[in-house]
Design a protein around this ligand. Structure first.
Ligand code: D5M
Ligand code: FE
Ligand code: ZN
Length: 398
């Protein structure tokens, strides 16, 4: 592929992102009548304008004033957020490459003083409970990191034992017996060659062996549990988002299991009437540092912000590589009932406008890198969702 071809692929990709998110924005009554950024009208006097564009750049000044450029395919507008704290706070939340609607005032049409910002966001969902009263459960996990020296084998085996019904506690046993789905949101294995000198931290140095062990573990579960697996950045897969399922060559033992469903990242999947949006959550590394009021100890908060942006990886050019497909499949559409990610190694649950937002933690204790970066994982805690009521339980296997 030539560099020229690549550049135009990215142009098409971002054109589709702008179109898809614009049309989500335009479905809001408060956005109706908005122009695009390049079509903001000029005039002889100051006049009100409303327009949609993609954030092309963002500068923050010491007094909290924020200047962004909002662009579409034909051109861009300079937008200044200054004055009251409320508008500066909203501007601080803007992410580069996301698509928003700005309300403001201008004279020349090319430089706007902002009065408000509207994100695509999601409508309030009122979910009809699944008609069955049999309370099927979905068990959500991720970041098992099989093959790593820091894989918490005892905890993970206790967890599988619980799913097999080997617990004395009647209530816990009842949940295990009614579990229909085990969802694994990436990083099933630790992989090989993922970061420099990884071999020093591997107990199982062969990728085929890692997947063989993973399949052996999952084969101990009853067949009635459907296992859904998407790739993470440690799995054997293409490194870009969207990511096709884990390579069938390496993960052959998983592909040969009849109750295993191997999907890509992201994936929408319907489980007993509930729509899940599954992604590993790599972009959380990119967005958390830029989002006010978000941190790595509560990844679910950043996931709520992704729902407001209606995009799984809004910022381009940080750590998450994107594949420039003609259609932006990272746009969050439709709105799921459950938004499930992992990657950050900290379990956390939130509810936003009727959507259950879950980060499913890890089965790996603190790695050397995480120690040096001050990242404290919260391993061996598993969110379990009653798909009839959406009630969530957090079970601890440490
Ligand atoms: O990532 C687990 C978490 O730790 C995630 O928030 C990224 C962070 N992490 C881990 N290793 C690194 C390196 N080498 N650089 C930056 N950030 C890192 P996981 O996908 O399990 O490795
Ligand atoms: Fe991980
Ligand atoms: Zn990861």
């Amino acid at each position: 592929m030539t560099i020229k071809g690549k550049a135009s692929d990215f142009r098409d990709y971002f054109r589709d992102r702008l179109e898809s998110l614009s049309s989500i924005l335009r479905s809001r009554a408060d956005v109706s009548g908005a122009t695009t950024a390049s079509q903001v009208p000029d005039g002889l006097k100051w006049h009100k304008v409303k327009f949609i564009g993609m954030v092309n750049s963002k500068k923050e000044f010491r007094d909290g004033t924020v200047v962004v450029e909002l662009e579409d395919e034909e051109g861009l507008v300079k937008v200044t957020f200054r004055g009251d704290e409320a508008i500066k706070k909203k501007a601080a939340r803007l992410l580069v490459d996301e698509v928003v609607c700005v309300l403001g005032a201008t004279r020349n049409g090319s430089s706007v003083i902002a009065e408000d910002v509207i994100w695509p966001d999601i409508p309030y969902l009122s979910r009809t409970p699944a008609p069955s009263s049999d309370h099927a459960y979905a068990v959500l996990t991720s970041d098992v990191h099989i093959g790593s020296k820091t894989f918490l084998r005892d905890d993970f085996e206790r967890f599988l034992g619980w799913l097999r019904g080997e617990t004395d506690e009647p209530r816990l046993n009842e949940i295990a017996n009614k579990t229909k789905y085990l969802v694994i949101a990436g990083d099933l294995v630790d992989g090989v060659g993922i970061y420099p000198n990884q071999e020093e931290e591997l107990e199982v140095a062969d990728l085929y062996d890692q997947y063989r062990i993973a399949a052996e573990y999952l084969s101990t579960l009853p067949d009635r549990i459907k296992i859904i697996i998407i790739p993470g950045n440690h799995d054997a897969c293409r490194p870009t988002l969207p990511t096709p399922p884990i390579y069938s060559d390496y993960a052959a033992p998983l592909y040969s299991m009849r109750n295993v469903l191997m999907l890509g990242d992201p994936s929408f999947v319907n489980l007993s009437g509930a729509t899940f949006l599954l992604t590993h959550g790599r972009s959380l590394d990119d967005v958390i540092p830029f989002l006010p009021d978000c941190n790595f100890r509560e990844p679910q908060r950043a996931m709520v912000e992704l729902l407001k942006s209606r995009h799984i990886a809004p910022i381009y050019g940080e750590k998450t590589p994107l594949a420039p497909e003609p259609k932006d499949r990272l746009v969050i559409d439709p709105v799921p009932d459950i938004f499930h990610a992992g990657h950050v190694h900290v379990e956390g649950v939130a509810e936003y406008r009727g959507v259950l937002v879950v980060n499913s933690g890890t089965w790996q204790s603190q790695t050397k890198y995480q120690l040096s970066a001050g990242i404290a994982p919260k391993p061996s805690v598993v969110p379990v969702v009653d798909l009839t009521t959406m009630k969530t339980y957090e079970l601890n296997f440490s």
